[in-house]
Design a protein. Sequence first.
Length: 72
Amino acid sequence: MNITTLADISGNLHIGLAALGSAVAVGLIGSKASEAVGRNPGAATAILIQAILSSALAEGIVFFAIFLAKGQ
């Protein structure tokens, strides 16, 4: 293995890990939001807003990883 191949693998590895972490985070957010609405249906609107904002922030991590990879 030469250095450029190793750099390509490690450069793309952090994008994959960011995407995996983001997918897990969005799944957990959705799961816990469903659970919270099940426990307190009256707070469904506030929970939905918080879940959407949290999911957007979790997805933003992937865009930062892609942006940083393209800068290399």
